[in-house]
Design a protein around this ligand. Structure first.
Ligand code: PMV
Length: 328
């Protein structure tokens, strides 16, 4: 049995749109920060006699849908190595489940590591990133810790679509995650992306913008220019949501509490706190902030009656195997 852990990430320059659906290849690059608190631990044990794969999530039998998604991923690994045994997979999230935070990024990064080793594959980090991408696009980034850049590549087989760590950046930011109640009810990212790609009049423009924002974001991180970084992160997030909202029918992830939190963060920045916001495919708001201001931002964001909780986290490490012979 192999146990691996991985941590989710928050995209500063977003991935929104696929150029090849089957291999889950993004249309453009993206840039993220891996987050320590959003950890998934996963164990994979091969079971020779089993007739199908089994999957337990947070100590309970998973849904059939989740089991199928895990099984399809294990099938990719089995095909790579030419083996047939089924496996038993157990995953535990270190963050509240059912809140819409359960990220596919930490899940598929941990599963890529644990499953590849359980089936006897010794993959380099680049290959692990390519494998994890096929489970979920953002999982390709969670193979690495800290600041990470994803490349969309050009090849049809997706072998040049993987993430790399951005080394040598000294900028330290914490994330304050304002978790909005009822956040689990949302349009899934694949469905939202496809609807946007096929019907939004802004989608081509969005993809052009991502390429510009990527370069600008790397340079703002290198020069530790927080004001510039805030402008890029917020602009990129709002452009992604504008693209999604302009789909027909529009894909709307914001709730009232999302907009409230956005305004609070902007007011804090206007009064001198180095903080900015981003929002993924759900209502939760992630504030990126200099670590010394994380607690005060959290207390402001936690004040809204629809806020379920606020999680403060530093940046986290990439995927790793964990010792121990117990299932997680
Ligand atoms: O990895 P997926 O398929 O769940 O897509 C992630 C999409 C966003 O979270 C909205 C953006 C991103 O880059 O993580």
């Amino acid at each position: 049995m192999v146990v691996a852990s991985a941590r989710a990430n928050i995209a500063l320059v977003k991935y929104w749109g696929k150029r090849a659906r089957k291999l889950n290849v993004p249309s453009a690059g993206s840039l993220s920060l891996t987050l320590a608190a959003l950890e998934t631990r996963t164990s994979v044990r091969l079971v020779e006699e089993a007739e199908q794969d089994s999957f337990r999530l947070d100590g309970q039998q998973s849904s059939e849908k989740a089991r199928h998604r895990v099984s399809a991923f294990l099938e990719l690994v089995r095909r790579m190595v030419g083996r047939r045994e089924h496996a038993h997979v157990e995953s535990i999230n270190a963050f509240p489940t059912g809140a819409g935070l359960a990220s596919s990024a930490s899940a598929f990064a941990a599963l890529a590591k644990a499953a590849s080793e359980a089936y006897g594959l010794d993959l380099a980090l680049k290959e692990l990133s390519i494998l994890a991408r096929q489970g979920s696009g953002s999982a390709a980034r969670s193979i690495f810790g800290g600041w990470v850049r994803m490349y969309a590549g050009f090849r049809e087989d997706g072998l040049d679509a993987y993430a790399v760590p951005l080394e040598g950046l000294e900028m330290e930011l914490s994330a304050v995650i304002a978790v909005v109640q009822g956040g689990e009810k949302q349009v899934g990212s694949t469905e939202g992306m496809e609807q946007t790609r096929t019907t939004s009049p802004y989608h081509d423009r969005w993809l052009q913008l991502v390429n510009m924002d990527l370069e600008a974001c790397v340079s703002a991180l290198q020069t530790k220019d927080f004001e510039r970084l805030a402008e890029i992160i917020e602009g990129n997030c709002l452009a992604m949501h504008a693209d999604a909202m302009a789909a027909r029918p529009g894909v709307i992830y914001f709730s009232g509490a999302t907009l409230w939190a956005i305004h609070q963060i902007r007011a804090l920045r206007a009064s001198g706190t180095p903080v900015c916001f981003t929002v993924d495919a759900g209502p939760h708001v992630v504030a990126l902030v200099h670590p010394e201001h994380a607690a005060s931002v959290a207390s402001v964001l936690g004040a809204h009656p629809e806020m379920d909780r606020v999680i403060i986290t530093t940046s986290g490490d990439g995927v790793r195997t964990e010792s121990g012979d117990e299932a997680v």
